[in-house]
Write a protein that binds this ligand. Sequence first.
Ligand SMILES: NC(=O)c1ccc[n+]([C@@H]2O[C@H](COP(=O)([O-])OP(=O)(O)OC[C@H]3O[C@@H](n4cnc5c(N)ncnc54)[C@H](O)[C@@H]3O)[C@@H](O)[C@H]2O)c1
Length: 218
Amino acid sequence: MKMTKCLITGGAGFIGSHIIENLLNPGQEVVCLDNFDAYYSPRLKGKNTEPFRKYDRFKLVKDDIRDKVPLNRTFEGVEYIFHEAAQAEVRTSVEIPMKPHEVNATGTLNLLESVLDSDIRKFRNASSSVYGRVEYLPFDEFLPEQLSPYGVSRLLAKHYCRVFEEDYGLKNVSLCYFTVYGPRMRPDFAINIFTKADLKNEHIIISGIERIQGTLPM
Ligand SMILES: NC(=O)c1ccc[n+]([C@@H]2O[C@H](COP(=O)([O-])OP(=O)(O)OC[C@H]3O[C@@H](n4cnc5c(N)ncnc54)[C@H](O)[C@@H]3O)[C@@H](O)[C@H]2O)c1
């Protein structure tokens, strides 16, 4: 198999670290760019990347996608980008709307602009469920009215990606993930919280309604 060099933004996180694992195992070269954001424990992110550090084909770059200067240095020889870095969480975005905008929209635009001067063959953008208010069916994935600042920031990033293909010829695809779960998933995930509570036989709280484990309707 031909060795290619891939850059994974947000590679210390849940999905990014799985992508890295699946690229390193068959022999690819990987650059992981992550700012170890304190949204959830940076220690967990260190643990996620720990097994990769034994590979000399793995490089960890602690940088921020909002910062253009280090990005340009990171692209050398990179052919594929898996853009997973983001500020997640809908409710947090309602309290602090600027951060998801800066990371998800401006950060993605920053990356796209930087990529134009490089040899990137394809850019894969991790998008999200941007379905918003559904007023007709089947709905249009580019038009929905968003219900949160998070949704707006993700839809903006998706639009930027599409425009960069149309106007600048940058090949890319946006994948709308929907509740990905598994080992190393984010600690704030409902599936994670419910499973841990269930294992400890503790109460499970759903949207403010407290119910005792085992009494939930199936
Ligand atoms: N997990 C899901 O079910 C799900 C659903 C929809 C969309 N997504 C999207 O998939 C991608 C990966 O999700 P995840 O669950 O692995 O999240 P995650 O929070 O575990 O990983 C995101 C990583 O991005 C890093 N990061 C955040 N801001 C950054 C910045 N400014 N510069 C550099 N790195 C930064 C974080 O430190 C973290 O390691 C994200 O774009 C997320 O929004 C995930």
